[in-house]
Design a protein around this ligand. Structure first.
Ligand SMILES: [Zn+2]
Length: 70
């Protein structure tokens, strides 16, 4: 789910942070071909919280991490 009020900088930020979050693969087993999805939630104060949800087909772990806040 991507809110409509994202600007181009938000999208670039999302892309960069996603790249960093997945480059080392699964944080439990380092498996490289993880399944992931990204999410942005907008807080009442207007800040945007960028999440990634990871599902590892190798060790079967799943986790959610905050990649950054803008
Ligand atoms: Zn794993």
């Amino acid at each position: 789910m991507i809110p409509d009020n994202l600007n181009e900088e938000d999208l670039i930020f999302l892309e960069n942070e996603t790249q960093k979050a997945i480059e080392d693969g699964c944080k439990e087993c380092n498996f490289r071909h993880i399944i992931y999805s990204t999410n942005i939630s907008v807080e009442p104060n207007g800040s945007k919280v960028f999440f990634i949800e990871v599902d590892c087909p190798s060790c079967k772990c799943d986790y959610k991490e905050i990649m950054g806040v803008r």
